[in-house]
Design a protein around this ligand. Structure first.
Ligand SMILES: Nc1ncnc2c1ncn2[C@@H]1O[C@H](COP(=O)(O)OP(=O)(O)OP(=O)(O)O)[C@@H](O)[C@H]1O
Ligand SMILES: [Mg+2]
Length: 580
């Protein structure tokens, strides 16, 4: 059971009037507004934005909003009373209506432009004007910057209506995708993986949009029908929402000298990034070239560690373009993501994602994004030969840093002090030859079994029944592998109850989660939520926010299970072609 944390409730924010004095839009001071924009933010038509870092946008509120969920733990961190999420003024603001927010809160939000590279290749075609000037936050609108409990946060609505970057789309997010992102962010945080956070989720009781989706039981790769879904607004929170793609937009403009202030705007953005995300890591008093070299090194280690963490918990981002890669080194944009159930090295839930963004190829995809990041910084180093050489070296060192992170991560998953490549290679071979559930396998291993019986719980195909010689051979190899592993971790001969064994098991269970976000639970949660029943969603939220805990027997029997075989290959459940 979760322990209620003791807290000083007298300091809690209980309404917007109390929150307002903490608002601090320093972004507006350090960055430039699009000079063509009207300050009132009512310009929602798709158009080109040629310069400036942000466009003022007034969100379009969803009709008749209803409270669905908030993150108790983020509220606690921010010093918000738990009841705040259900108060009228808070609901109004975070369902998109800024018209009544108290001073000095801004009645206008902002959206940002960004560029796109897919696996390291620059694209401009996704922009309706073929110039790259019409691409950016099409439905994400930041509405608040504030210093809360000593930390600076930016709050961003997703699904808050059209922005100049909407490319003709409706600017909305449906309840389905909003529930997914809302749950995933807090789950990842609880898993210890850096991520944007979930603040709140509100659904409209009357406004719906049509989206392509799968019919019940469909095995089709692409959606086979249009369905009407309730719209929702989820709010996410992070120190900033600067993406690698955003640096790229300004890097490309500077490289091509698209306008006289292009280089200056790139520098402003990079300094803003350092201030928001690398404060305390990079000394503000240093000169810009030195800062840039330090930034590249710091981002490299964060990115490598992030991706190793993804793999540790079985997470596949699915669409790891540069515009879905946060420059602060945390997970951003939970679109066509998924958690690996049956282990497959090239697991990829997004049908449009290809192998390059698949599960174990994420380190390579991260390297491509890192390349885009470094190219964006280059114009700022101009003739600084020394720093340019350092930047190149930092870039070319990415695979080595990534590999070291991966080895550390695999060693930790296996309870080893030092990575053992042979033991690991054999395990990978067995895990690809035996359909095995990734998280159940590592969790069962964390109990340090004496034989393979408990590990067999993670097998999708019983090994002994009618499997013949092949199955017998595999079982034998599993047993041999287990014996070898046991001797490597040094507990051979130590019985249950030995201190060493218990400590090792405890540590492994802090690295190998018991509960991960299996899509079939999420489907029930969002389907019921669309009917107005939020209980399955909240129950799942409770389970997923304590993923390493054993939890109750009933939670275990319900949620600690292999994916039922009849759910394999179902559209919307095992794979999806879009996520919005
Ligand atoms: N319904 C929509 N209306 C307007 N723009 C949209 C819509 N759906 C997606 N976009 C835009 O299309 C681009 C690609 O979408 P993608 O799925 O990567 O992002 P997203 O899930 O909307 O948002 P984010 O990256 O902010 O989490 C983004 O720039 C996004 O803002
Ligand atoms: Mg995106």
């Amino acid at each position: 059971m979760k322990q209620p944390l003791s807290r000083d409730t007298s300091l809690e924010v209980t309404n917007l009037e109390e929150l307002a004095p903490m608002a601090d839009y320093s972004l507006m001071d350090s960055l430039n507004r699009d000079p063509d924009a009207t300050p009132d933010g009512v310009d929602h038509r798709p158009r080109q934005v040629f310069s400036g870092h942000y466009v003022p946008v007034r969100p379009t509120p969803i009709e008749t909003p209803e409270y669905v969920a908030h993150s108790e733990s983020l509220f606690r961190e921010l010093g918000f009373a738990d009841s705040l999420g259900q108060s009228d003024d808070f609901i109004r603001m975070f369902s998109g209506d800024l018209s009544l927010v108290p001073e000095p809160m801004s009645k206008v939000g902002w959206a940002c432009g960004y560029a796109l590279s897919i696996y390291g290749t620059e694209y401009t075609q996704q922009c309706p004007f073929q110039t790259g000037n019409g691409y950016g936050d099409g439905r994400a609108i930041s509405v608040l910057e504030a210093v809360l409990n000593g930390q600076r946060w930016e709050m961003q609505l997703k699904g808050g209506g059209q922005t100049p970057y909407c490319r003709g789309a409706d600017g909305r997010a449906v309840l389905r995708s909003s529930v997914r992102e809302f749950l995933a962010q807090e789950h990842m945080h609880a898993l210890g993986v850096p991520t944007s956070r979930s603040l709140s989720l509100y659904v409209s009781k009357t406004e719906r949009v049509r989206r392509p989706w799968y019919s019940e039981g469909s095995h089709s790769l692409d959606p086979d029908q249009l369905i009407s879904e309730p719209v929702a607004i989820s709010t996410r929170a992070a120190p900033s929402f600067i993406r690698v793609g955003q640096l790229e937009l300004f890097g490309r403009r500077a490289r091509k000298q698209e306008h006289p202030r292009a280089l200056e705007e790139l520098e402003q953005l990079v300094l803003h990034l350092i201030d928001r995300e690398y404060n305390g890591v990079i000394d503000q008093s240093l000169d810009t070239p030195t800062k840039i070299v330090m930034l590249a090194r710091a981002f490299r280690s964060r990115l490598a560690s992030l991706v190793a963490n993804w793999i540790r918990v079985g997470y596949c981002q699915g669409n790891f373009n540069s515009d879905n890669c946060a420059a602060g080194g945390f997970t951003l944009d939970y679109g066509p993501f998924g958690f690996c159930e049956v282990f497959e090295p090239f697991y990829q839930p997004w049908t449009g994602g290809g192998q390059h963004f698949s599960f174990l190829n994420q380190p390579a995809a991260a390297e491509r994004n890192f390349k885009s990041f470094c190219s964006a910084l280059r114009p700022l180093l101009g003739a600084h030969e020394d720093e340019l050489a350092q930047l190149d070296e930092i870039h070319s060192g990415f695979p080595e840093v990534m590999q070291a992170e991966m080895e550390r991560m695999w060693a930790a998953k296996l309870g080893l002090e030092v990575f053992d490549s042979e033991l690991f290679r054999e395990l990978m071979m067995l895990m690809t030859q035996t359909p095995v559930d990734y998280s159940v396998f590592f969790r069962e291993l964390s109990s340090i079994p004496d034989d393979i019986r408990s590990i067999e719980k993670s097998f999708y195909r019983p090994m002994n029944e009618a499997g013949g010689a092949e199955s017998e051979g595999l079982l034998k190899r599993w047993s041999e592998w287990l014996a070898k592993w046991r001797s490597q971790i040094g507990i051979d001969g130590a019985g249950n109850g030995s201190r060493l064994r218990e400590e090792l098991s405890r540590n492994m269970k802090l690295v190998n989660p018991k509960y991960t976000m299996r899509e079939w639970f999420v489907v029930t949660a969002y389907q019921q939520a669309a009917e107005g029943d939020y209980r399955p969603l909240r129950a799942l939220q409770d389970v997923l926010t304590q993923p390493y805990a054993e939890q109750s027997n009933s939670v275990e029997s319900h949620y600690y299970r292999l994916k039922p075989l009849e759910l394999f290959d179902l559209g919307g459940l095992s794979h999806y072609s879009c996520s919005s």
